[in-house]
Design a protein around this ligand. Structure first.
Ligand code: FAD
Length: 290
């Protein structure tokens, strides 16, 4: 199933993102989260690729397993990092042969210890180059890409970032998924600016339920997402109480999602961090309300 056909404001699609675990314990956690969230019948799930393309083999294995064993539509994240176009072609052939219809095309984060992204020899510098490559080859994937309501961390200006997003979409994207955000005003404003710039593909909001104070501080530092002052004060107040923190995270994300749905988003993508309870509570609350 091509994800672009599931993105529909009158029947929005809930999707879940996972990452390939590094340890046996991590794998057990992932399988438990997957099993638990599968009962919510997601429109699709996606599997990330580690910075610098470091988990490509694991990412592909996990996507194939989810698709074949759990029967859930699974999308592979493929990054420009660490891989040549020839290697990419081999991976795409494998995915295509296994009837994986969807790929999220990314430049990727620089590997640990590096601050600047360096393409592999003969590889791609920007996600748009990889999109163009896939479209020029004889594949029939539905392609997604990333976008940034508050601007990408490296961009000198949001207008530049939007111009580059337009070029990436024009190269052949079918939909885009946003970076996490905690204030819906950034998403609505971004969609308006994107439409004005001629970007007409579905823009799926990406939501991360906050469950851990230090973790959210690290993520927001890395991706530049703003934590609204009121939420920051509430988080500060409950930072030493994990249960209250989880409740606050679920409550905030649920309110965000309710507003997004009421204003006609085509779907919501949840950054699960391989944990199910928060996402399960939010999706259950959203379903109960509709
Ligand atoms: P690009 O679209 O290539 O943009 C990168 C930067 O270059 C931007 O600042 C852009 O404005 C600029 N730019 C683009 N084109 C040009 C040009 N022609 N000239 C000059 N500047 C240009 N990272 C991972 O490593 N693995 C993952 O699995 C992963 N999954 C993600 C999923 C989602 C939904 C999102 C939102 C992000 C994800 N990321 C992942 C993070 C992402 O890889 C980083 O944010 C990365 O820094 C940028 O990737 P991109 O695909 O948006 O890059």
């Amino acid at each position: 199933m091509k994800i672009r056909n599931r993105l529909n404001p009158s029947d929005p699609c809930f999707s879940f993102e996972f990452f390939p675990p590094r340890t046996d314990e991590g794998e057990a956690n992932l399988l438990k989260a997957l099993e638990d969230l599968a009962t919510l019948q997601p429109g699709f799930v996606s599997v990330t690729e580690g910075a610098g393309g470091s988990t490509r083999a694991k990412t592909v294995e996990l996507v194939l397993r989810i698709k074949q064993e759990a029967g859930i539509e699974a999308m592979a994240h493929l990054t420009c990092g660490g891989h040549s176009p020839a290697e990419l072609r081999t991976v795409l052939e494998r995915l295509s042969a296994a009837k994986v219809d969807n790929v999220l095309v990314l430049r990727g984060d620089p590997p640990k210890g590096q601050t600047v992204f360096e393409p592999a020899p003969g590889g791609f510098r920007y996600a748009s180059e990889m999109v163009r490559f896939i479209r020029e080859e004889d594949f029939n994937f539905c392609l997604g890409g990333a976008c940034y309501p508050e601007g990408h961390v490296e961009t000198p200006s949001r207008d530049d970032d939007l111009r580059h997003l337009k070029a990436k979409v024009d190269a052949g994207l079918d939909f885009v998924v946003t970076q996490l955000f905690f204030d819906n005003a950034f998403y609505f404003d971004f969609v308006e600016r994107a439409r004005r710039a001629g970007i007409n593909v579905p823009i799926v909001p990406g939501i991360m339920p906050i469950t851990n104070y230090e973790q959210i501080q690290r993520f927001t530092r890395l991706c530049g997402a703003t934590v609204p002052m009121r939420l920051a004060l509430q988080l500060e107040r409950v930072k030493d109480n994990p249960e209250a923190m989880a409740q606050l995270g679920v409550a905030h994300a649920t309110v965000q999602c309710m507003e997004l749905l009421s204003r006609g988003v085509p779907g919501i993508h949840f950054y699960t961090l391989n944990k199910s309870p928060a996402t399960r509570m939010i999706v259950s609350a959203l379903r109960a309300r509709s």
